[in-house]
Ligand binder design. Structure first.
Ligand code: SF4
Length: 449
């Protein structure tokens, strides 16, 4: 069985990787120092089939999965390096790591304050309800990934600070909540990567949803196709079971939407990902693709155009280009909004109409998903035009608004309204409450689990 070839590597054993043995001492040191602060895990499929080891350190998949020196600010890097060099205790290293981590905005976009739903006056940890139609669910057993992405905004889930995690095994609470909220049509399973679960375990989460009439779409946010596609091929023990489970979803009449994370076309090149994609399509799943735009990995229109074309050739639907979130190593990956827009449109103009299902570049902010639709001139003023793709208030969706043109801005917080003192939505702070909080107006503590 193919899974016998699967091997995971972390900080503890990565120096056993054959290809790593030929890396320079500087690169290995950086992996160790940064890997003590940001999560690091990689697997044998990524190492053997995705990374081009003749192109280190620039290979995009190496950048995506292996910690790099500049992912920490120089002072932070030095503090951690000194601690490791002098053989500091595990306790001290953890303390230093946590001090650095807490400066990296571990929960961007108000995830902990604003989005935790309530049932019978109690919070439901492991869930978020930010947009009217969609509930996010974080299965307790899906809070890890096949490999960790160095840019990931979910990084606090993986570093063992309990208070920073979301998770729930309380499927009953999810079902009760959904039964009380008929406005919800979609449930998005996310993590980590929920596909790390065994198929029978995932089935326990999914099957009760098939009984709820108003749930129309089961979405699964996953990087399984990029990091371990054998989970969906016929030559593994789990592949056929997973495909049977997903077929149950399609056969029940629900829409099964795989929200697949691909950051570079290199992740689409193997025979395994092609077979897994074909299998998913055959059982009736729709695969939509998404990625942030990131310096060092994919900040190039040619990369995006080739990625979207390849995805469409494989039967996937390009869905989102995101702006890297304001968390973790954002300083390393950041691409200014204007530059991201230029890359998006250059790529968009060079693909055929069937690829132009993609939206972006989009920021997932506290207020909602905001798309940068480009620079423009209004009268004598140079502006940046934006619009909501998703909003805490559904009335905001599709509404254009204008910011002063700023080619250095990397996030909404950097932008100033082009007209007036505030953006229109800043007068509607009541929507920063979760849906039940609007009714109850009780204080939520910062921590959800
Ligand atoms: S697979 Fe997804 S959740 Fe996991 S580290 Fe990568 S981006 Fe984050």
């Amino acid at each position: 069985m193919v899974e016998q070839r699967y091997k995971g590597y972390t900080l503890r054993n990565f120096e056993e990787i054959e290809q790593v043995k030929s890396l320079s001492p500087e690169i290995i040191e950086a992996i160790k120092v940064v890997g003590h602060v940001l999560p690091f895990k990689v697997n044998s499929y990524v190492i053997d089939e995705l990374i081009d080891w003749s192109n280190i350190p620039n290979d995009p998949i190496f950048q995506l999965t292996f910690p790099q020196k500049d992912m920490l600010k120089p002072d932070d890097y030095q503090v951690m390096k000194d601690a490791l060099d002098r053989g500091a205790s595990e306790e001290e290293i953890t303390r230093i790591a946590n001090e650095i981590r807490y400066q990296l905005n571990p929960h961007p976009a108000g995830q902990q304050q604003y989005n935790v739903p309530m049932l019978d006056g109690e919070q439901i940890p492991g869930m978020q309800h930010k947009y009217r139609e969609t509930v996010l669910f974080f299965p307790k057993n899906g809070q890890t990934c096949f490999s960790y992405c160095t840019f990931c905004f979910r990084w606090p889930q993986f570093i063992g600070i309990e208070s920073l995690k979301f998770a729930s095994k309380e499927i009953d609470k999810l079902v009760n909540y959904l039964n009380e909220h008929e406005e919800v049509q979609d449930v998005l399973f996310t993590g980590g990567d929920p596909m790390v679960m065994k198929p029978h375990m995932f089935g326990e989460y999914i099957r009760p949803l098939l009984e709820i009439d108003h749930i129309k779409t089961v979405r699964i946010g996953t990087k399984v196709l990029a990091y371990w596609p054998y989970k969906l091929t016929e030559d593994t023990s789990e592949g056929p079971k997973y495909l049977d489970l997903f077929k149950e979803v399609s056969d029940s009449g629900k829409h099964l939407a795989i929200m697949a994370h691909f950051n570079h076309y290199a992740e689409l090149k193997t025979d395994a990902v092609k077979r897994a994609t074909r299998n998913l399509r055959q059982i009736g799943a729709n695969i939509r693709t998404q990625s942030p735009i990131m310096n060092h990995i994919n900040a190039d229109a040619k990369v995006w155009a080739k990625m979207w074309r390849t995805q469409v050739d494989m039967g996937m639907v390009p869905y989102y280009m995101f702006i890297a979130r304001d968390t973790g190593a954002q300083h390393y990956f950041k691409v200014p909004l204007v530059k991201a827009w230029e890359i998006f449109y250059k790529a968009y103009q060079n693909v055929s109409g069937v690829c132009r299902t993609v939206r972006g570049p989009s920021m997932s902010t506290t207020w909602g998903k905001i798309e940068v639709t480009g620079p423009a001139r209004v009268g004598n003023q140079r502006v940046l035009t934006l619009r909501f793709i998703q909003g805490r208030n559904p009335d905001w969706v599709g509404r254009p608004f204008f910011a002063k043109y700023d080619e250095n801005a990397i996030w909404l917080d950097d932008l100033k309204p082009a007209f007036g003192e505030k953006f229109f939505f800043e007068n509607e702070t009541q929507y920063l409450q979760s849906f039940d909080r609007i009714k109850n107006l009780v204080e939520l503590p910062l921590i959800s689990s």
